[in-house]
Design a protein around this ligand. Sequence first.
Ligand SMILES: Cc1cc2nc3c(=O)[nH]c(=O)nc-3n(C[C@H](O)[C@H](O)[C@H](O)COP(=O)(O)OP(=O)(O)OC[C@H]3O[C@@H](n4cnc5c(N)ncnc54)[C@H](O)[C@@H]3O)c2cc1C
Length: 366
Amino acid sequence: MPDIYDIVIIGAGPGGLGAGIKAADAGKSYIVLEKGKRVLQGIIDSYPRGKKVYPTIPKNERDPFPIEVLMPPEERIPIEKYVEQIEASMQLQQINIKFGENFESLERDNSKFIIKTGSSVYIARNVILSFGSNIPNDLGVYGEARTVARNLENTQDYIGVTTLVIGGGNAAADIVAALSKVKREASDPKPVYWGHTKKKFKINKDTARELGEEILLGGQIKILQGAIPKIGEVDTEGIDRLYIHQTPSPNAQDDVFMYQGMSFPMKNVIACVGTHGPSAIFNKLNLQQITCTGEICKIAREGEQVLLLTQNLQTSVKGVYAIGGSISPSYMEIHPEGTIKEKKHPNLIYTAIKDAVIAMNEILQT
Ligand SMILES: Cc1cc2nc3c(=O)[nH]c(=O)nc-3n(C[C@H](O)[C@H](O)[C@H](O)COP(=O)(O)OP(=O)(O)OC[C@H]3O[C@@H](n4cnc5c(N)ncnc54)[C@H](O)[C@@H]3O)c2cc1C
């Protein structure tokens, strides 16, 4: 172990592994610190079991996957197989990863950084923060529904019960398709309701194809547009329930709204209402963030803080970079002439790897 690493990389997701590969190729001293037990631990923890991994490239990008070995295969393999492939490839390339290392703090000491995990201390000239973004958003209902699941942990738990998945994006769609498939294969007639607060669901082509196939095969999926989680309630049997209602009819008169509502036991509800960047961690590390207001932010929510980054993904602290899911869905990009622009940043494997290449290229030039 060197006294000082050229680069310490936090997190062994696609972004952190991409940075590790680039550092190894360039002959730099580096280490990837991962709090979990395996590479891609964040993916293992957040994808439904058996979910196929898509090599999605964002619409406005023309370049192929920046690091080919990390690209999910075109033939769309399940997540378990993808993890095995990447694990084998990282071992073959002898990428230096230390598991069970939970990053806790980062301090500057002149031109170097002191990085502390639960059990060790590392010193580095550069740090790449690639710890992803897995802090789930609140459902926003009164008495926050704590017993609502945030991910599909065990599909078998939902067999024989009507299930509600809330969320209008890819993560929710993946869970709907995975649940529908296990229910169909178990000949379970109880449907999967898929509710979203808006009328329009926003999913990419790959996810839509998977969902379409599931419906054609007889999957019991019922869509609830404009479905708003309203309140947690306890029924006469003491069961915690989540009440949702659909937007009232537009011809409501005399200030009286007519709602159509449904109520589900909370244990049968999975909420995928997005994740937010680890803003509190960035604050603790004293990295400059900007608070969003209507005029400057189109993507982030009003009042939310987003990280300020250079075009090379360097934070306000020289030598500290932030990449991948940790800066999605948007960050503020500062240009050399001093202008600041909100930058859309899709949370995809492709983007995390591309970020790793951008940050590493900058580190290698300095
Ligand atoms: C359900 C679901 C389905 C998806 N499907 C696809 C898909 O098919 N195709 C696609 O391109 N994208 C998909 N995505 C998005 C994709 O998984 C992410 O964009 C990608 O994983 C981001 O990579 P990352 O390296 O930035 O973060 P992550 O993959 O989240 O990796 C971060 C790593 O850091 C570790 N870590 C976190 N905190 C610490 C700490 N304090 N100390 C040390 N280590 C830490 C985590 O354990 C994790 O291993 C999906 C996301 C979800 C939720």
